[in-house]
Design a protein around this ligand. Sequence first.
Ligand SMILES: *Cc1c(COP(=O)(O)O)cnc(C)c1O
Length: 400
Amino acid sequence: MAFINDHYLELKDSYLFSTIAKKINEFTSTHPDKKLIRMGIGDVTLPLVPAVLAAMHEAVEEMGQKETFKGYGPEQGYDFLHEAIQKYYASRGVNLSTDEIFISDGAKSDIGNITDIFSNANVVMIPDPVYPVYVDTNIMSGRQIEFLDSHAKNNFLPMPPSQDASPDIIYLCSPNNPTGSVYNKEQLKAWVDYANHTDAVILFDAAYECFIQDPSLPRSIFEIEGAKTCAIEFCSLSKTAGFTGTRCGYTIVPKNLLGINLETDETSLNKLWLRRQTTKFNGVPYIIQKGAAAVFSPEGQAQIQKNITYYMENAQLIASTMKEKGIEFVGGDNSPYIWLKCPNGMKSWDFFDYLLNEIAVVGTPGAGFGHNGEGYFRLTAFGSKEATLEAMERFKTLSL
Ligand SMILES: *Cc1c(COP(=O)(O)O)cnc(C)c1O
């Protein structure tokens, strides 16, 4: 008889996006004449940039020639991509060795899979509200979860807990999804010091690092002294270079980062992750890795920067409209997300219905991201300029 992993039964059904889809369907069938504007999705809309396309086309040709054909590649990625990423980090003063960089099919997979190399007895600490993957992947492995309140009182940037909490693993996401808030260097230093002091490991999700505009803000946790002995960083080309459908990310596991084993004492997490990946993963396609390397070329960087600027102009437009309407919000200055407080004390889903019915604009109810998200709402800057402008014009007509 095959027994299941009972922890899967403890997962809460994710009603968020299915409920949104249902409400949209109802609305469009009863209001066929109204043009709906979607500002809820966390997906990009601009296509891949020319440098990436050229590199992928070239790689396709190579795959069709006997002399340049590639079969299985290294599970942890090709050196040409490691070196491109190594240089990218070095440009911000972070020195990595190429075997600290692991290429993957995206940050979501790595964030979920990293739980393999840690004991299920670990206590994990997860901010609330947050990207739901951290919570669900830990429920799947039956770990005890402590939530860390992220709310207006701490500017949605929770700091290390007091003595009574003792997490072994801490998830941080900066720039944050869904709140758009970003830790500054002192705040991240406090986390790094806390983790080093308590022997905890920080899992740092930097999926939105490219959206940081303020040069004083850290884009990598490894810009903080001491991070290499306490942190793993997850990055992705999904939001930064439009790879949501193409799939490529990378994870940095420093060689100085140790975990505890009661018999052998301290063990390299880099070695464990390499073992995990070489056993359970067979690498990202050569064609995709060629495209990814082109993102880090000077042309690629200039081209993706143009797209990021486009999205950030949308974010500015949303932010200025919220200001004009006197709606409290955070985010939008260094991230593509605007996290707003629903006006007049409305609950997240009430505000969702209100926006849909009044102006046919769709956002994401904050309650879907955790307990502290109730009463909040997320708007994204990933739409087209025209649609964002139109949505904000409609917003201005609301009598709030
Ligand atoms: C989108 C997103 C990711 C994952 O992206 P992949 O497409 O799997 O690389 C990771 N973290 C956060 C916070 C995200 O919003």
